[in-house]
Design a protein around this ligand. Structure first.
Ligand code: DAH
Length: 361
């Protein structure tokens, strides 16, 4: 090696030693600075991060200086620089977390604010109408009575004066449970009448809502299950005039003050005399429309004076007591009130259909 080269080399190495010296000083100072870093807000933290860790930040500048570090010191300086970078990154991260958790706890909770509106469900139209029918009769002093849906032949048929060969007992109509002709799914709620009469002595004034079953092909106008409400009033000297009065009250309450009723003679095994009640069509006010088949009247329920045989079957003396009974289909009344043309809608659980029904109940 020539003399000149040695001189240059020694100048370089002196300069490099100086750089190393400066770097060590800087790193120590920065370590302290970063240790004591206490930015007032997230913005100040961000500028500190850029200052130390940014692309053009102090640590990046030190990395530049690192190139000039003499090889024998590279290892040590490298370690120091890494330590500085890790410390800075760690510090920025913890400070950032602190600001974030502070931001969450700083959210002011207004406990007096009204809650978000919860969408209200709707009641099933059958339930709405059932409640409405029961409410009207409750105002006349009737109370609710219920009975089983799986019934015996006695309560559904025999006690109610159905002859053994009555067509209603037919396989076509009645669901028998486990092929036992004595156990049936009740075909009407009149079975609750006899259950109550057997156990209670008059006066009896009950209203019996419930589900009934009939073995019918399902169509828009028939279903294998539907709902009925039955009413029964037994006391001394109950007359057909009492029945008529109750029916008129019910019709006006249910369908409006202007509603008229009409009674047509009919036949049921458990009532004598029996009648069917029509109301003036509430769509055309009795003028005649397709809904009432242009007659101005629509049929709504069956009724009559309780047959003395039925009273006797249930242990009530027909020479002392008399009574009236009536029964109606809830689906039928709902159709009249809401003009639902297809019975199947009631059991399809289509929310778009169901949520149209709002009720105060
Ligand atoms: N049980 C009858 C039916 O299902 C309805 C009925 C008619 C009930 C006349 C009664 C009544 O109480 O008196 O068709």
């Amino acid at each position: 090696m020539k003399r000149g080269e040695i001189a240059i080399k020694s100048v370089f190495s002196r300069r490099n030693r100086f750089i190393v010296y400066c770097m060590v000083e800087k790193i120590d100072a920065l370590l302290q600075e970063i240790e004591q870093l206490a930015p007032a807000n997230p913005e100040a933290l961000e500028s500190a991060r850029v200052k130390y860790l940014g692309k053009k930040g102090v640590i990046a500048a030190l990395m530049e200086d690192f190139r000039s570090v003499p090889p024998e010191q590279k290892r040590e300086m490298g370690q120091r620089l890494n330590e500085l970078k890790t410390k800075a990154t760690e510090k920025v991260r913890t400070l950032k977390e602190q600001f974030e958790s502070q931001a969450v706890s700083d959210v002011k909770i207004d406990l007096s604010r009204t809650a978000y509106p919860v969408p209200l469900g709707a009641r099933h139209p059958i339930s709405i109408v059932k409640e409405e029918i029961c409410d009207i009769f409750k105002r006349l002093g009737f109370s609710i009575a219920e009975g089983p849906e799986v019934e015996d032949d006695w309560h559904v048929f025999s006690s109610l004066n159905f002859a053994d060969d009555h067509p209603a007992r037919d396989m076509q109509d009645t669901f028998f449970v486990q092929n036992d002709p004595q156990i049936v799914l009740r075909t009407h709620t009149s079975s609750v009448q006899t259950r109550v009469m057997e156990k209670t002595s008059p006066p009896i004034r009950i209203i019996c809502p419930g589900r009934v079953y009939r073995n019918e092909a399902i169509s828009y106008r028939a279903h294998c299950f539907f709902h009925q409400v039955e009413a029964l009033y037994i006391d001394e000297e109950v007359s057909f005039a009492d029945l008529k009065q109750a029916l008129l009250f019910f019709a006006k309450e249910m369908f409006g003050e202007g509603t008229q009723i009409r009674l047509r003679p009919s036949y049921f095994p458990f009532t004598e005399p029996s009648a069917e009640m029509d109301i003036s069509c509430n769509l055309c006010a009795g003028k005649g429309c397709p809904f009432c088949k242009h007659s101005g009247w629509v049929e709504i329920l069956g009724c009559g004076m309780v047959d003395p045989n039925v009273l006797e079957n249930c242990g009530i003396d027909p020479t002392v007591y008399s009574g009236y009974a009536l029964g109606m289909g809830i689906e039928r009344v709902t159709n009249l009130k809401y003009q639902v043309k297809d019975l199947r809608m009631f059991s399809e659980n289509d929310v778009r259909f169901l949520e149209q029904f709002q009720s105060a109940h």
